[in-house]
Structures are given as C-alpha cells and as structure tokens.
Design a protein. Structure first.
Length: 189
C-alpha cells in the first residue's frame, strides 16, 4: 500500500539513506552530489532533518510502499516571495516508479503549499528529460483545473490558456518547449 507522510525528526537515518540513494541513482537531477553529502556526519543529518520536521515554513515528505520509504520531496516557503512555496529534492526509487509515488508526493506538497496560502508553487527540476518533470508537468495540468497556480524554479513554467510551457536545462544547454492542447489532460509531451 502506498502512502505519504511528513518526515519526523527521528527519521534522519531513513532520510539520509534515501537522499544518498537518490544522489547515486539520479546524480544529474540534483544540484548536490553524493560525494558532497556522503561526508556529512550523523549530527549534521540529525540537525538537517530535525530543522525541517520542526519548521513552520518547510516540510519534507516520504512516500512509503509496503512500509518502506521509497520517495522524497521537500517544500519550503520562499525567503523572498511570501506567496511562493518551492518544491525540490523530489525523487522516487526506481523499483517504486510507476506506482503513483511521485504523483502522491507532489499532490501532498501542493496541498501543504495551499494550506499555507501559497499562490504559486515553484518546482525545482535540474534536467528537462527526467521522470520528475513528467510527473510534475502532469500535476501542473491537474493544478490548473483545481485553481492552483504553478511557476518555475530551475526551469520556467508559464501556464496560459493553451496550457503550454517552456523548460530549460539548469546548465543552459538548451531550451525545450513542451505543449499541451487545451483540455487534453491525458496527452503527454
């Protein structure tokens, strides 16, 4: 059974293990590296997870499949724009992909943002041809129908009446346009 729950301070070991696994599996999808994060000591991991678990402006969530953490996402109120929540560090284990964990994590993150009165959710994806972008672009379409507004972080997302947006890679290697026909919710670019 799949479920999503907030990360608690006592989850620091699970967070550490999942984060390091994500960095090994999808190193190109994150700004940090396995090498940089793997040298953190236990006190640093404990403090990092405790800070987000006890924050009123940030929250991390785990997706669980068969009672094992299989996915992660972080949400944080923008330090600069009070109506924006940033979503980042999203990852789902390869063996859990296709089960709906990514969509469930993103749904929970957007709900968290809406509960805090955010007018905009800023999605952090560092590459354009990633499973995370596909999940997030699908969710953006759903958010548009429910009245939530999404804009970009790491890539620019502009949703207009034609439901089209442009994504650019973090390293500036190129720009790729993605389009959807209006009311074509099942079409994937």
């Amino acid at each position: 059974m799949l479920f999503v729950r907030p990360v608690a301070a006592s989850d620091w070991r699970s967070y550490r293990d999942l984060r390091l696994r994500a960095l090994r599996d999808s190193h190109e999808a994150f700004a940090s590296t396995h090498e940089r994060e793997s040298v953190r000591d236990d006190d640093d991991w404990r403090a990092r997870v405790s800070a987000v678990a006890n924050s009123s402006t940030a929250q991390a969530f785990f997706a669980h499949w068969n009672n094992e953490a299989c996915g992660l996402v972080w949400c944080k109120a923008s330090d600069v724009e009070s109506s924006v929540v940033e979503i980042f560090q999203m990852w789902v284990a390869p063996d859990a992909r296709g089960l709906g964990a990514g969509s469930a994590l993103l749904e929970r993150a957007i709900t968290w943002a809406e509960d805090r009165g955010a007018a905009c959710v800023r999605l952090g994806v560092t590459i354009t041809d990633s499973p995370a972008l596909l999940v997030q672009s699908e969710r953006i379409s759903c958010s548009r129908r429910t009245g939530a507004f999404a804009c970009g972080f790491g890539f620019d997302v502009a949703i207009d009446g034609t439901e089209s947006w442009t994504a650019s890679s973090k390293n500036g290697a190129g720009v790729r346009s993605l389009s959807r026909l209006q009311n074509s919710e099942s079409h994937r670019s």
